[in-house]
Design a protein around this ligand. Sequence first.
Ligand code: PHE
Length: 359
Amino acid sequence: MKPEEIERMRDEALAAFAAAGDLDALQEAKVAHTGGTSPLALANREIGALPPHAKAAAGKLVGQARGAVNKAFGARQAELEAERDARVLVEEAVDVTLPYDRVPAGARHPLTTMMERVADVFVSMGYEIAEGPEVEAEWFNFDALNFTPDHPARQMQDTFFVEGPTGDHGESGVVLRTHTSPVQARAMLDREPPVYVVCPGRVFRTDELDATHTPVFHQIELLAVDEGLTMADLKGTLDHMVQSLFGADMKTRLRPNYFPFTEPSAEMDMLCYVCKGESVGNPDRPCRTCSSEGWIELGGCGMVNPRVLVACGVDPEKYSGFAFGFGIERMLMFRHNVEDMRDMVEGDVRFTRPFGMEI
Ligand code: PHE
């Protein structure tokens, strides 16, 4: 084992490390010059076969060479790592002083998108959107809808009167509409039956703003007038609506109620879309959305009262109709677990932003 040979092996290793331009190349050079089949490793293995007197000198020679190679490797590795770190710092630098987009794109309010989503269900069934004024004749808001002159809903405590109330001479006052039902009357007077309209809109009642009331809110109203319509058509339409909005296994139920403009009238509930009724009588599975009732109250409905058909120029002997209406705020509340209605009117983007940016 000649010293020059060992030195040559060492020098070749040092040269290879110096020539390695990056950490991958350095790793390859390391395997070639210090790995199990490298010349120095083979030389190291040969020491064992030498005669005893030669072992010490050869061991020292090879050991020093290997020590020098390992040291050179460590130094080159540190150098290349420092170079890489410096390069990453430059290449991946972020300029934290750049201004970001402080004014995010606006989006429609979740109440608007909710209302349009409901209206779209009916538009896709062939219904037409109908609208009416928010400042409405008392006649459309009440008289045409079979509210008697002394009906309590007309009173100041419910209704914002713009003019009126109706004086001794029977003239109609002017109100902020208290529901979207006057659009039913306008739709029937505007067109010949059959009538299929959906009426989204803003309505007003003299309620204080609190967690569950707002004096300005939104309703969506449906009216169908045709030959031979029955309560079964109403029920099927309601079921289709909740299935479109809440899922294919949804359904509705009707409970008897009274409205002057429908006869018979019903309160409509939809199956709780969260527990599907399974929380009822099941204390192990309470449901916050329906308070473990299994059903969520949606709004009012019924068969259009023949007196309303007559007031709106429709022959009740030939035609029948069904109608329903419900509040959008309430639907948004239970569909999205909104606990305070005030969040919907205060215009704070921290409330609206999680609903997404539907334009
Ligand atoms: N207009 C009623 C309300 O505001 C709801 C309703 C609409 C009831 C249509 C029956 C038919 O409460």
